[in-house]
Ligand binder design. Sequence first.
Ligand SMILES: Cc1cc2nc3c(=O)[nH]c(=O)nc-3n(C[C@H](O)[C@H](O)[C@H](O)COP(=O)(O)O)c2cc1C
Length: 195
Amino acid sequence: MISESLFVDFAEMLISTRRSILPKRLFEPGPNDEQIELILSAAAAAPDHGLIRPWRFIICTPSSRESLADAFAKSLVARDSSATPEQISDAKNKAYRAPLLLLGVINVRGLGVEIPISERYISAGCAIQNILLMAHSMGFGASPTSGKSMYMDPVRNLFKLSDEEDPLCFISIGTPDREKPGQPRMITKDFVSYI
Ligand SMILES: Cc1cc2nc3c(=O)[nH]c(=O)nc-3n(C[C@H](O)[C@H](O)[C@H](O)COP(=O)(O)O)c2cc1C
C-alpha cells in the first residue's frame, strides 16, 4: 500500500512535469502492445455522467498512415485549390509522425439526450488527460493536436465517423528527441475565486 504522502508526491510530480511534445518531436520507440493497453485503459477511469462513454479512440495502424496522408492532402486541396506541391507534401508528412497516433472521437448527437453535450466533452477531456499522464508516467512524450483537416470529410470518412460523432483531437505518443524545458504554470489565484 502506497503511503498517502507518497501518493500525493507522485501525483504532484506526474501532473506538474507533463508537457505537450508535438508530433514532429516524437520518434521510435513508441509504446509496445502491453504499454498501449495500459495507456488506453487509463481513459476508462475518466468521470462519465450516466456511464454513457461518449468518447472512443481509434488507433492509426502503420498500414493506415498512407491513407491518412492521402486524406490530409485531399482536405488541404478541398479548402485551398491553389495549395503548392510543397504544402501538399507537408500535409502528407503529418500522417507519418509519432509511433503511436490515435484519433479521439466524441458522440455529440446520440446516446440519448439526458447528458448535456458539455458534460460529454468534459468526460472526453478527462479521458484524454488520463492517456497523456499515463504515457508520461512511462517516459513517453505525448500531445493532443488538431488542425482543419481533422474536421473535413476525407478524414471523417477514413475514420468512419458516424453522423452522431465528431473528432476531438489526434493524440501522438512516442519518444521525444530532446528534453523540453519546463514553463511556468498558472498559479491558483489566476483561475480560482471565492463566492
Ligand atoms: C484538443 C487540443 C488540441 C490541440 N491542438 C494543437 C495543435 O494542433 N497544435 C499545437 O501546437 N498545439 C495544440 N494544442 C495545444 C498543445 O497540445 C498544448 O496543450 C499547449 O501548447 C500547452 O502546453 P502543455 O500541454 O505543455 O502545457 C492542443 C491542445 C488541445 C487540448
